[in-house]
Design a protein around this ligand. Structure first.
Ligand code: C5P
Length: 411
C-alpha cells in the first residue's frame, strides 16, 4: 500500500447484493490510510447493515433517514464538500440512470449533483442489465462528465443458477488501487519510464534453465507507483506469478537476451529506466533442442556471460536517468559503488536479499540509495511500494534538475 497518499473518501453502497462487500472496501481504504465516511441508499440496507458499514468506517452512516433528520445542515452539501472522492460500490443500473439523468431525489444523487469533486463507480449487476442500451448510454454520459469506472468484471454471479458473466463488482483491492490512482498527485506526468522486473531463465534444454528466486514484487511496485503518479510505464518482466498491472504496458520475456532487446529498442523514447530485474549473469553456451537424457557420471555445462543490459544503457545514455539495483551478500557499499561507476548510473539501490525482512519474495525491503557524489540515503525497512515511491522522488528531482539546467543553457 502507498501510505503517503491521503484523502477523504466517501463510500456509497447501492442496492445490490454486492453491498455485502462494501464494508470490506471501506476497511481496505482505512487500512491504506484514507479517511472514510459511508453512505447507504435505502435499498442498500436490504443487503448490508448500518452497523456493518458504521463499524468499518468508524463513524455514523449517512442514510436517507439521517438526511431528513438533519437539523439545519444540508447533509448532501456537507458530504460533497467534505469528500475528495466518492466511490459508489456497488453501483446499480438504477443508480447510474438516476445520476446520468441529473436527478437529486435521494441522498446519493443529491450528493453527486452537489458537486463532489470526483466519482468512481464500481458497477455490479446482472450481465443483461449491464449490457442494456440505457445502462451503456448512462455510463458513457457519466464518463463524458469526467466520472471514472472500475469493472464490472467477468466472474461468478451472486444469484443461484445465474452462472458467470460480466457483472461482478471488482474486488475491494482493485477498487482501492483505482482510488490510489485517482488521488495521487501526477508529478511524473509526461514522462515515459521503463521498469524491469523478475528473474530471467537461461535454458540449457527445453525444460531446464538457470534462474533465481526473484519474485518481481519490487519491479511491479515500481511500475504501479509510476503509473499512479502519471508516467507512461513500460514494464519488461521476466516470469513471475504476479498479475500484469492495469494501465501499464507489460512485455513478458524469459531470457536475458529478450530483455535486452525489449529494453534497448525502447530506450530512445524513455526518460528513465529502473532495472529491478535479477538478470541471470550466465547462460548455457548451448541450448539443446530436445530434453537431454539423464546419463551416469559428471555432466559439465559450459556457460557464457549474458549481455549486461544496464551497462549497455549506461554507454548509450543521453538525457535518461538510469537506476540500478545491487543485491549483495557482503561488501555491499563498495561493490555497489563499483557498479554505479562501471554502468554509468545516476544512482544504485543496494539491498541485501539474505537479510531478514528484505528477502526475495517479501513485501518489504530496506534499500540504500547510493549516488555518484558519495551520498547515501537509507530508506529503513518499509514496504516495497514505499521504496518505489522514494526511488521515483529522486528520479523526478534529477529530471527536474536536468530540465532546469537545459533551460539555463539554452538562454
Ligand atoms: O548483476 P549485477 O549485480 O551487476 O546487477 C546490477 C544491476 O545491473 C541490476 O540493476 C541488474 O538489473 C542489472 N543487470 C543488467 N544486465 C545483466 C546483469 C545485471 O542489466 N546482465
Amino acid at each position: 500500500m502507498n501510505s503517503r497518499v491521503k484523502g477523504k473518501v466517501l463510500v456509497a453502497a447501492g442496492g445490490g447484493v454486492a453491498a455485502m462487500k462494501t464494508p470490506f472496501v471501506i476497511r481496505r481504504l482505512r487500512d491504506a490510510g484514507y479517511e472514510v465516511r459511508a453512505l447507504a441508499t435505502e435499498r442498500a440496507l436490504a443487503f448490508t447493515t448500518k452497523t456493518a458499514l458504521a463499524t468499518a468506517a468508524g463513524s455514523r452512516v449517512a442514510t436517507e433517514e439521517a438526511w431528513f433528520a438533519a437539523s439545519g445542515n444540508a447533509l448532501h452539501l456537507e458530504l460533497a464538500r467534505w469528500a475528495d472522492l466518492l466511490v459508489v460500490a456497488p453501483a446499480t443500473a438504477s443508480g447510474l440512470a438516476r445520476a446520468a439523468a441529473g436527478l437529486a431525489e435521494d441522498l446519493l444523487t443529491a450528493t453527486i449533483t452537489a458537486g463532489v469533486p470526483k466519482v468512481l463507480w464500481a458497477p455490479a449487476m446482472n450481465p443483461e442489465m449491464w449490457h442494456y442500451p440505457a445502462t451503456q448510454e448512462n455510463v458513457s454520459r457519466l464518463r463524458g462528465w469526467g466520472h471514472f469506472f472500475v469493472g464490472p468484471e467477468y466472474g461468478a454471479l451472486a444469484a443461484v443458477g445465474e452462472g458467470a458473466g460480466v457483472g461482478r463488482m471488482s474486488e475491494p483491492e482493485t477498487i482501492v488501487e483505482h482510488v490510489h490512482y485517482l488521488l495521487t498527485p501526477k508529478d511524473l506526468e509526461g514522462l515515459t519510464v521503463i521498469v524491469s522486473a523478475g528473474p530471467t531463465r537461461e535454458y540449457f534444454d527445453p525444460v531446464r534453465f538457470i534462474s533465481n528466486p526473484s519474485s518481481g514484487k519490487m519491479g511491479y511496485a515500481l511500475a504501479e507507483a509510476a503509473r499512479d503518479r502519471g508516467a507512461r510505464v513500460v514494464l519488461v518482466s521476466g516470469p513471475t506469478n504476479l498479475p500484469a498491472p492495469w494501465g501499464v504496458e507489460t512485455i513478458n520475456v524469459e531470457r536475458a537476451n529478450e530483455m535486452y532487446e525489449a529494453i534497448t529498442s525502447r530506450f530512445d523514447k524513455a526518460d528513465a529506466v529502473v532495472m529491478a530485474a535479477a538478470v541471470a549473469d550466465w547462460k548455457p553456451a548451448q541450448t539443446a533442442s530436445q530434453k537431454t537424457a539423464k546419463k551416469p557420471g559428471k555432466n559439465v555445462v559450459e556457460l557464457l556471460p549474458t549481455p549486461d543490459i544496464l551497462a549497455e544503457l549506461g554507454r548509450r545514455k543521453e538525457r535518461q536517468v538510469l537506476v540500478g539495483f545491487a543485491m549483495e551478500t557482503a561488501d555491499g557499499r563498495q561493490r555497489a559503488r563499483g557498479k554505479l561507476e562501471r554502468k554509468n548510473l545516476d544512482f544504485i539501490c543496494l539491498n541485501y536479499p539474505t537479510k531478514e525482512g528484505s528477502a526475495f519474495g517479501g513485501n518489504q525491503n530496506e534499500v540504500e540509495m547510493i549516488f555518484p557524489d558519495g551520498s547515501v540515503v537509507e530508506t529503513g525497512r518499509i514496504s516495497k511500494r514505499e521504496v518505489a515511491e522514494a526511488i521515483w522522488d529522486r528520479v523526478r528531482d534529477l529530471i527536474r534538475e536536468r530540465n532546469e539546467e537545459g533551460a539555463r543553457n539554452a538562454q
